[in-house]
Structure formats: structure tokens, C-alpha cells
Design a protein around this ligand. Structure first.
Ligand SMILES: *Cc1c(COP(=O)(O)O)cnc(C)c1O
Length: 463
């Protein structure tokens, strides 16, 4: 790894950052009062800050750096492409080698029948593309009334107006008068948090899936365009649905002629031990928004994988699809994506998650579920969560939802492990290249964090 360029003192960065940089999804008053942590470099699964401290990145950045940091091959591919053709558009009957080749490479790893990819620059844009493409599909199928989307409470699909509307984050909706018209939300398959006492995961999964059937029947199948959901909810708290959930959802969508959209922005590109989460859960989607692991975050990119049964009629009958971005299929992003896919394939990282490092970390992670403060430990592939509880048997939470999660996240940072907290749930999704030794370190640091939390709670008289 190249060492970070000449660095100024941390406090200087904090000062200019506080003065000029408005961070996303952030309480700026709070951040500026404390000063941001300044990251300067990274290699493999390790981050380095401007104080020289090294941390394990248990979150792959924001669920995106699947192949790990410091990949010369991706940096080199971007550099070479920027020299040869840094930009050209893909409107007006134009293309370039990286766009054509990356689209082909993605189609090669995608499930059967997904031979087309529409490029965007983020997961939000990918879901905005879904919003329009799904409606155009039903138009060309002669069913223009099918316009309503059904998605889920506590789902996350991005931060643009349409994608945040598909998302079910009530705090996002409340702040800006969302969702827009034509989006309806049903309950999520969050067994640990929302099942009735004594209800089995299987029964709960079916009950939540059948909310989709009721919603469609209420709105009228003739008015419903698509159901949009993440195979595993990421930002919502790594919510892994019961096994009964997805088969029932798939059955309902097929029976009522509703498009099924699997948002693969986090699950795609190996996170669950298959190329796509849909394969892990046996989902047969029509559209798959992708981003994050598509370029391992080395440069922004997103897209929508479109099944032939949707792409065919739209391409044949719609004429111009009046949608697209200046940077759709950006050559440098495509070059990064090609190198990223080559690494995933040549190093067999996806199979490794399924057969080797995934089971290895899962075994250690699920053991953390024995800790008195953990109500449930769960993990599929390399994406997992710990539900923090005050009383394990009764599943009671600590007071003031979110406070304990934040406290635990800070303790984890102090132990040299970046985890994320959603409410009082700790989340983990490390790069797919982590070694067995690093997996041991993650489990050790997480265990130490739980012990530190127990001490802090005892001192505060909260247990
Ligand atoms: C992150 C995320 C998005 C949004 O992606 P951006 O690149 O931040 O716009 C969409 N869907 C899911 C499932 C995500 O996790």
C-alpha cells in the first residue's frame, strides 16, 4: 500500500471539515462539536486514521469494499482507462470497450436470463431506474394502470426522492414529506423484533409474506406494478428473513402478476456466499438493482440487472426509454468494475464466503449469542448482527432505543473494530478477503466489546 500523502495535523482537517463539509445522513451540530475521525489510508480489511491508529473495518466501508482495500489492479485499471478515454457518454448510439465488456461480465455472473444491465451511478439511482422501468414495462404490456409499488417498512433503497419513498425509513419520510404517491409499505420479516410471543420463525415468515397478498388484494392486482425488497435488509439492521418468507413472496408475486424486484445493492457480488442474495434465498426476481460491491466502492457505480422477460418487451415496444444519466456506464467506473469482477472470480472469493471463511466467521459470531447482553446473533455469508438486550430471556431492551447501540459501537471502535449500530443492534459485514486470523480478531474484539458494555451497564446501574 502507498502511504498516505503528506498529512496535516488531524485538528486542521477537523476544523476545515467542520467549516465547509456538510456530511450525508449526519447531525452536523453533533459531529462538529466532537470533530470527525479522519481516515487516511487502508489496506486489506485495515483502516488507518491520521493519528496512525489501525482499525479493522468490519463494515467494508458502507457494505461495499468486497475485495478489500489496496487493490493495485483496480487502481491501475482506472488509471489506464482515464488516460485512454476518461469519459464518453453512452447516449446517442455510442458505447466504449469498458461499458460493453463490463455489461457482458456482469451478465456472465448473473442468474440465468439476466442478460441486460442498465448502468447508473449509485444504488439510489438504480432504484429510481427501477421505479420508471417497471412502470414502462406494464405500459408496453397494455396494462398502464399497474403503477403502485409495494415495499417494506424499515427497508432501505437509497436517498433520492423515489428510492427513499420505496424505502421504509419513517424518520427519512417524516423529514421531507415522503413517500411520494404510488408507494405502499407492508411489514418486515423481523422475527426477533416483531414476532408474537411463542410464534415460530416459520409461522412469522409466512404471516409477514401474506401481508403482501392482502395489500395487493386491497389495492387491486390490476393497479400494482412491483414488490421491492432486499433479500436481507442491510441498513434496517441485517434482518435475515425466516426460510418460509421468500418462497411465499415469490409465489404471491407470480400468482398475482406483480414484478418482483430484489434490491441486491448489499447482497450482490458475493456478500451472502453466492453472486446474488436471490440465489441464496431462491428468489426469482424480474429486476435486480445493484451498486456497492459492483466496483467494491473504488469508484461510484450502480445499475439494474433486467431479466429478459422484462427487457424483451420494453426494448421491442417502448421506443426510447426516456431515462439515463450523464455518467451511465462511465468508462473509469466500468474499468474498475471489470478489475473488481476479475479479482472476485480469480480468487474464488464468492465460493470462499460460502464454503470457507463464511462458515468460519459464522461459527465464532453465533457463539457471541451466548453472551448475557445478546438476544440473538445471526449471520449469513459475511453479513451479520447482534441484538443487544437488557434481559435475554424476556428480550427486553435497554431504555431509550438507540442509545445502547451507539454506546456499543463506540466501545467497539475503542477495541479497534468498526461495527455499525442500527437502533440497539450491532452490524458486521467485513470484506470478503479476510483471513482466518482476521476473523478470529473480529470475534475477539466483538466479545471484548460485549464485556466492556456489560461493565459499563453495571456501573451505570442499568443491568
Ligand atoms: C446503500 C443501499 C442503497 C443506496 O445506494 P447509494 O449508492 O447510497 O445510493 C440502495 N439499496 C440498498 C439495499 C442499499 O443498501
Amino acid at each position: 500500500m502507498d502511504s498516505p500523502r503528506n498529512l496535516r495535523p488531524t485538528a486542521e482537517y477537523q476544523a476545515i471539515d467542520a467549516a465547509h463539509h456538510w456530511h450525508p445522513q449526519t447531525d452536523m451540530a453533533e459531529v462538529n462539536a466532537r470533530g470527525s475521525r479522519v481516515f487516511a489510508g487502508a489496506d486489506g480489511i485495515w483502516l488507518t486514521d491520521t493519528e496512525g491508529e489501525r482499525l479493522i473495518d468490519g463494515m467494508s466501508g458502507l457494505w461495499c469494499v468486497n475485495v478489500g482495500y489496496g487493490r493495485e489492479r483496480i487502481a491501475e485499471a482506472m488509471y489506464q482507462q482515464a488516460k485512454v478515454l476518461p469519459y464518453y457518454n453512452t447516449f446517442f448510439q455510442c458505447t466504449h470497450p469498458p461499458a460493453a465488456e463490463f455489461a457482458q461480465a456482469i451478465a456472465e455472473v448473473a442468474p440465468e436470463g439476466f442478460s441486460k444491465v442498465f448502468f447508473a451511478n449509485s444504488g439510489s439511482e438504480a432504484n429510481d431506474t427501477v421505479f420508471r422501468l417497471a412502470r414502462v414495462y406494464w405500459d408496453v404490456m397494455g396494462r398502464p394502470r399497474k403503477k403502485t409499488f409495494i415495499a417494506r417498512k424499515n427497508g432501505y433503497h437509497g436517498s433520492s426522492v423515489a428510492s427513499a419513498s420505496l424505502g421504509g425509513m419513517s424518520f427519512m419520510h417524516a423529514q421531507s414529506g415522503l413517500p411520494i404517491a404510488g408507494v405502499h409499505h407492508i411489514g418486515q420479516p423481523y422475527w426477533f423484533g416483531e414476532a408474537e410471543p411463542g410464534e415460530s420463525p416459520a409461522d412469522f415468515g409466512l404471516r409477514r409474506a401474506r401481508e403482501l397478498a392482502s395489500a395487493i388484494d386491497r389495492i387491486g392486482a390490476e393497479n400494482v406494478c412491483a414488490f421491492v425488497a432486499e433479500p436481507i435488509q442491510g441498513a434496517g439492521g441485517v434482518i435475515i428473513p425466516p426460510e418460509t418468507y421468500w418462497p411465499e413472496i415469490s409465489r404471491i408475486c407470480a400468482e398475482r402478476e406483480i414484478l418482483l424486484v430484489a434490491d441486491e445493492v448489499i447482497c450482490g457480488f458475493g456478500r451472502t456466499g453466492r453472486w446474488f442474495g436471490s440465489e441464496t434465498f431462491g428468489i426469482k426476481p424480474d429486476l435486480m438493482p445493484i451498486a456497492k460491491g459492483m466496483t467494491s466502492g473504488y469508484v461510484p457505480m450502480g445499475g439494474v440487472l433486467v431479466h429478459d422477460r422484462v427487457a424483451g418487451p420494453v426494448i421491442e415496444r417502448a421506443g426510447e426509454f426516456a431515462h439515463g444519466y450523464t455518467y451511465s456506464g462511465h468508462p473509469v467506473a466500468c474499468a474498475a468494475g471489470l478489475a473488481n469482477l476479475a479479482i472476485l472470480r480469480e480468487e474464488g472469493l464468492v465460493d470462499r464466503v460460502r464454503e470457507d471463511i463464511g462458515p468460519y466467521l459464522q461459527e465464532r459470531w453465533l457463539k457471541l449469542g451466548e453472551h448475557p447482553l445478546v438476544g440473538e446473533a445471526r449471520m449469513v455469508g459475511l453479513i451479520g448482527a447482534l441484538e443487544l438486550v437488557r434481559d435475554k430471556e424476556r428480550r427486553t431492551r435497554f431504555a431509550e432505543e438507540g442509545r445502547t447501540g451507539t454506546e456499543a459501537r463506540e466501545l467497539s471502535l475503542a477495541n479497534g473494530l468498526v461495527m455499525r449500530a442500527t437502533r440497539d443492534t450491532l452490524l458486521i459485514a467485513p470484506p470478503l478477503c479476510l483471513t482466518h486470523e482476521e476473523a478470529d480478531m473480529i470475534a475477539e474484539r466483538a466479545a471484548r466489546t460485549l464485556d466492556d458494555l456489560a461493565d459499563a451497564k453495571a456501573r451505570a446501574g442499568e443491568t
